[in-house]
Design a protein around this ligand. Sequence first.
Ligand code: UD1
Length: 385
Amino acid sequence: MSQGSQTALTGPVMCIVGARPNFMKMAPILRALAAHQPPLASLLVHTGQHYDQGMSHQLFEDLGLPRPEINLEVGSGSHAVQTAEVMRRFEPALDEHKPSCVLVVGDVNSTLACTLVAVKKGVPVAHVEAGLRSWDRKMPEEINRVLTDQVADRLYTTERSAADNLLREGVAAERVCFAGNVMIDSLLANRDKARSAADTLRAHGADPALLGHPAGYAVVTMHRPSNVDDAVTLRSLLEVLREVSTRLPLVFALHPRTRSNIDRFGLGGLTDPARMVMLPPQGYLEMVGLMAGATMVLTDSGGLQEETTALGVPCLTMRENTERPITVEQGTNTMVGRDPAAILQGVTDILEGTGKRGRVPELWDGRAAERIAADLWHWLRAGAA
Ligand code: UD1
């Protein structure tokens, strides 16, 4: 067991991470379980859904995550293969370690796979970041969210609308606990350690002078299959981003899926190295530094919508929907879809100072993990019923 000493509970809290967006959610939870009085023992399992240096190892280091006790090393594959492999390899680990409960975060394939294995064996499951809905069943993450929430036992939410979604789907109110946003716990804990954008560019051989543009710079990330797997869509997005780059320089942090599709579809010519810096996936401290110094962020990521809201940096989300509506209602997020005119208008509004200001949502205060640990303790003591 990695964290804390023996508790009155029968076994450790088995904490699951699989893909990049899980790591920043789990780091504060592990710390809070250990800091709880009495401590809750934990055991970290990495499914290996994300496995390379940029997508996984660097983030473990940045976030101070302990080395996982168990690595299932599933790697890439179709959704079916990836989900099935996690299930197949997780089952013996679960049998061996007899946890008090399994704790999953977010909406990736590993989240659903481990939940299914555990609930069918009668092991209680807690889901952190429950109840978010995009209402878009074409997103693999939406399927993972809906199914995980249906069968998990304890559901921790990040915003109040999530509880409404869960109740509408027939979930009993007693299973839901509004805890706040653990991703923002990580952001606040690491903000002062963030690497400056200039250092990050320098480290990749790019000229930091670019950041001194009178309009500042924009950070871009995209990796959603709906945006990057289709050549026509990806071309159109790159064309509009090229247009945006005539107004302010762009710093991309390229997901491997996007990188390989740009090459596969022969779209490399649409990037202009003088105004568009193409970086590989970034570490956490690099990403926070890049975002914090940016004039705006253009993205299709779920996490970045929340992080920009917490940082007060305007965000244009290149998707038709969001499962994180509070970032639009209260934060700095504007949905611009994939329509070039809407994207360019969003950029204009921000550059002209008429973009959103936003405020930080309720319980995005850096203490969500602490609240989760406290609730988990009481819930497990009460028999996880
Ligand atoms: C996954 C999650 C998504 C999350 C995203 C963040 C699901 C359904 N999706 O999508 O919710 O927002 O991670 O990154 O779980 N690859 C590498 N190195 C790696 C990992 C992946 O090169 O370390 C490549 C794979 O070979 C694959 C592509 O990246 O071609 C996509 O990886 P995959 O894990 O299938 O899904 P993501 O698109 O990353």
